[in-house]
Design a protein around this ligand. Structure first.
Ligand code: GAL
Length: 695
């Protein structure tokens, strides 16, 4: 208890992230456990189709729709002249059919007249090319001129629909990002300098933090500072400068969204919520830095030729960690999340665009349910006939009438959800055996930005590393939260901080207290090498954590792709290839795994020590198959005295609101430990199958 208070005090001292935001109204208390909706674009279809399409949407069971995120030119066809007549009609049609509306601000698509009059609003990319009108996300969040126009449009739409009970909530922008580009426009350069001045106050502080004595970079005036751009630099920029630019860009996205939120909130009813939709693993915009909205939602496309998943059919289902990680990350902000866009079948923009496995769309929707989402919306109701997303499925096919294969899966799942809803009783308690396994993964985008910039090996992937631990926890059957340092760690028996490269002594102290009071802490590869300004410690390697882990880290090693490092642990052999911290344990620290080849054959790879009522474990290697990571977590739970499950890769078993949900992303049937009344499916779950039961 005492520690709990201390932990809270320390947590309050951490940076103000979304997870510290005061509790807000939940907005969804009275509705169904999870609502299902579909995007519709009245402005993209002949007027005579609207009534038919929206009626059809209601007939197949959708409960809400989503309007207007790309409609600025129709909302404000001429500068300062707003036209809501067409949108009013679309809102009325939705209402007549019993469908609620998510209304959007259309900031990702400024009208042609705006870019023509003010080309200075346009993003300039790393190559110095100015983005042009002709698709979307071409405007700079830093441009004061763009913001003036945004302000006027958001005011207008907020005034028009803010008190309209037919509007359920609001989405700001759409996937705010510049789709892989960073903004180097003059407006962004100026804003970056202001951000640096606010952060460092003096040039001396900036020069020191960035280490500008190196290569004579030293600045003598803030106006000399440019965004570090590898395309303009013969050699690498100061890593601290790159990290600050990534932080700035993410803060700029937050600033742009908060700016819109404040305008909208002046006009809208307290019952209307405001969110945005983010891509959970997209790196330029950091969900943990979005502070001002009511909650965050995510967008998910699993099958687009990038993710091979598990087994021969994995490319048709994606990985279980894709939706799982998004659920567990987004739910931890303000306790509420939804899926704003879910893949409706085949897409058009992938590396290749296969058909999802029959059943996969339905499984994804149930996965969203299992993760606690309040709603799932698919992008989009009708397959487009023109525009940049031809060949992209909708719920209804090209004829405008016939449900697509995934449309049919939606129709099925809507009925199934209604049946499950009927079995819902409020107040269900999480089963104790499941609750005991609760784990958190500590996430800070600073680490990802920094290690992406300085990977040290072509085989390093921060997200792949993190997901090896995430997968291992889920296969242990644990409920997982992805949390930031703003959260209290003490409610989680197991806390994993994967590759936590940047830290300060305050965090190390919180970790120590966490373990002393009974927590089981797992630190991994690369942790603790630098301070928050990106500086290596003037101390032995990873100095601040050595006492905590009870070992030294004399050096690390990296191998070529074709060479495999070997490790022995409990009589089994494991392989690594990406990264290996070689460890030298102090007396009292156990060695759980040892390197068995290369010149450090016989030296420690994984160490663990009891600390107070808990323990600290350090995992030196990063493997490809995650087998060692899984074994280490099994031993950590064993040491904690917490029994775990042993689910195969691709099999998910989650609990929500009194319901167990079993899903199978693998290519072999799996028999779930069903105990109770089966509501959906059956205990033997085929690939892309679902079982739901109630104890
Ligand atoms: C999303 C985007 C949507 C649509 C969709 C196509 O990332 O937010 O507007 O473009 O992809 O798959």
């Amino acid at each position: 208890m005492k520690y709990r208070l201390l932990a809270l005090a320390l947590a309050t001292a951490a940076p103000a992230l979304a997870q510290t935001a005061p509790p807000r109204p939940t907005f969804f208390d009275k509705g169904p456990l999870m609502s299902i909706g579909s995007y519709y674009y009245p402005e993209q279809w002949p007027h005579e189709n609207w009534a038919r399409d929206i009626k059809k949407m209601a007939e197949v069971g959708f409960q809400f729709t989503h309007y207007g995120e790309f409609a600025w030119t129709f909302v404000e066809p001429e500068e300062g002249k707003f036209d809501f007549k067409w949108l009013d009609e679309a809102v009325a049609l939705a209402h007549q059919n019993g469908i609620k509306v998510i209304m959007c601000t259309s900031t990702p698509t400024p009208p042609a007249w705006l870019a023509q009059k003010h080309p200075e609003i346009l993003v300039v990319n790393a190559d110095g090319r100015t983005m042009q009108h002709g698709s979307r996300q071409q405007a700079s969040w830093s441009s004061p001129v763009y913001r003036q126009y945004v302000q006027r449009m958001v005011e207008a739409i907020g005034q028009h629909y803010g008190q309209d009970p037919r509007i359920w909530g609001w989405q700001l922008d759409n996937e705010p990002s510049h789709y892989g580009q960073y903004d180097y426009s003059p407006a962004a350069q100026a804003s970056f300098r202001r951000w640096l001045q606010a952060k460092y106050q003096t040039l001396e502080a900036l020069n020191k933090a960035w280490g500008t004595a190196f290569w004579s970079i030293r600045y003598t005036d803030f106006s000399q500072v440019m965004i570090p751009n590898q395309k303009e630099l013969p050699e690498q920029p100061a890593p601290a400068a790159v990290l600050d630019f990534k932080r700035f860009s993410a803060d700029e996205a937050n600033d742009f969204l908060s700016f819109q939120y404040k305008i909208l909130r002046k006009h809208i009813a307290p019952t209307q919520w405001v969110t945005t939709n983010l891509m959970p693993e997209h790196v330029a915009v950091d969900p943990t830095r979005i502070t001002g909205l009511d909650f965050l939602t995510y967008t998910k496309y699993l099958v687009a030729g990038y993710d091979n998943g598990v087994g021969a059919q994995g490319f048709r289902m994606g990985s279980a960690s894709s939706i799982g990680f998004a659920n567990d990350l987004f739910r931890s902000f303000n306790g509420v999340t939804g899926v704003m866009e879910l893949q409706p079948g085949q897409v058009n923009w992938g590396r290749f665009n296969p058909q999802p496995l029959p059943g996969a769309v339905r499984m994804w929707i149930w996965h969203a349910f299992a993760g606690g989402n309040k709603f799932v919306c698919n992008y989009r109701f009708r397959q487009p006939l023109t525009g940049g997303e031809q060949y992209h499925y909708g719920i209804i096919g090209t004829d405008g009438l016939t449900p697509s294969t995934s449309g049919l899966e939606y129709i099925k799942v809507i009925k199934e959800l209604a049946a499950v809803q009927q079995q819902y009783r409020a107040g269900a308690k999480m089963p104790p055996a499941y609750q005991r396994r609760q784990a958190a993964i500590l996430y800070n985008a600073d680490n990802r930005w920094e290690m992406d910039n300085q990977p040290q090996t072509n085989q390093w992937s921060t997200m792949a590393h993190l997901k090896r631990y995430y997968d291992a926890l889920k296969q242990a059957g644990a409920p997982v939260d992805i949390i930031t340092e703003a959260k209290d760690f003490t409610r989680y028996p197991v806390l994993v901080a994967p590759a936590y490269e940047l830290l300060d002594k305050n965090l190390v102290e919180r970790w120590r207290q966490y373990a002393q009071q009974g927590g089981h802490l797992v630190l991994t590869t690369r942790t603790g090498q630098k301070d928050r300004t990106d500086k290596l410690w003037e101390a032995p390697w990873a100095g601040p954590i050595l006492d905590l882990i009870g070992a030294k880290i004399p050096f690390y090693d990296l191998l070529p792709e074709a060479v495999t490092g070997t490790i022995a642990s409990s009589g089994k052999t494991y392989q690594w290839n990406n990264w290996a911290d070689v460890l030298a344990p102090q007396p009292g620290t156990e060695t759980w795994a040892t390197y068995t080849n290369q010149f450090y054959n016989g030296q420690a790879a994984v160490v663990s020590r009891p600390l107070g009522k808990g323990s600290v474990t350090y995992v030196g290697p990063d493997t490809d198959d995650g087998a060692l990571e899984k074994e280490v977590l099994r031993r950590v739970y064993q040491r904690a005295g917490i029994p775990i499950a042993d689910l195969p890769a691709g099999v998910v078993l989650d609990w929500r609101d009194g319901f167990w949900v079993g899903l199978n992303y693998s290519d072999k049937p799996y028999t779930m430990p069903v105990a109770g009344k089966v509501l959906i499916g059956s205990a033997e779950v085929p690939p892309a199958g679902v079982v739901v039961w109630k104890e």
